[in-house]
Write a protein that binds this ligand. Sequence first.
Ligand SMILES: Cc1ncc(COP(=O)(O)O)c(C=O)c1O
Length: 336
Amino acid sequence: MTNTAPQSVPFGSILTDVMAIAWFRKGRWEPHALKPVGPIEIHPAAHALHYGSECFEGFKAYKWADGSVHVFRMDRHIERLRRSARALVMPEPDAAQLAQMVVEVIDRCRAAVPDAPAALYLRPLLFGTMPNIGAALAPTDEACLVVLASPVADYFAGASKPLRVYLEEHATRCASRLGVVKTGGNYAAALGPTLAARQHHNVDQVLFCPGGEVQETGAANFLAIRDGHILTRGLDTTFLHGVTRDSLLRMAPDLGFRVEERIFTVAELLAWVKTGEAALSGTAVVLSGVGTLLRGREEFRVGSGTVGPNTQKLRAALVAIQQGTAPDRHGWLTRV
Ligand SMILES: Cc1ncc(COP(=O)(O)O)c(C=O)c1O
């Protein structure tokens, strides 16, 4: 790895030197190995390349002021990968082996874990390698599991910059049954509408609201926030069940917020933001405030148009746990 500061490069564009890799063959996971990051040889008929048997995860390890390194909610992310694998009828990674792979990568790349607020982003990736182009209706019986690591800064340059978000009421982010699965095809499906909105409306992100119901953006969940109250869509299969969302909702009562999880509409959201706040939540974006919503060509200012005080309060409380300046009362961190 070059000695580039993560702040100076786009999110995820530099990797550490070492990855962990394991293969599923003959009905079982083989022992994993640590290897230099580099190309993997797979057959051009590999199932993932033709029939999309692929899923992944993303989470972070933080360096505390005392130099120790802590992974945030690793178990939960590993469970989500296993759930994605099940949904796509792929070999499920063994939770203990995957945790060990993550720990070994971090341990070998310890010097590359940047100081907070930057972090080491971990990216487990699972893909089907069975070489058979006739297997559209057959699950892959071979797979590869890789763990990559990337030193990252904030996803959006400047955590305090309010985002411009386009309300997409027609296109869906992905097939509705698969919203809950973290698979590459969902991101490919969201790319066209997202790039079009960026080009035509100069926005940072698209909030998918098919049929007028607020869902999520291409890579983050959506929360409407105001004094003492958080509103967000209730868990269903149409969107990814974010670990950051779950963490914020679990912290919310202690911070004086009532949590309401239900379906809500664009009309309701536009009424809410006259005085309330809105934010995107995710591992990469943490909790990023929305300053403007666009519906067609019409612009709606969210609250004062800046990142609101409740958004800042929730973000600060979460970041304090991750960076070890507040106690980890929920047992969310794993020291490596
Ligand atoms: C589509 C989508 N929604 C939501 C999230 C937020 O999930 P998490 O908080 O687990 O990072 C992500 C990021 O992983 C995502 O890609």
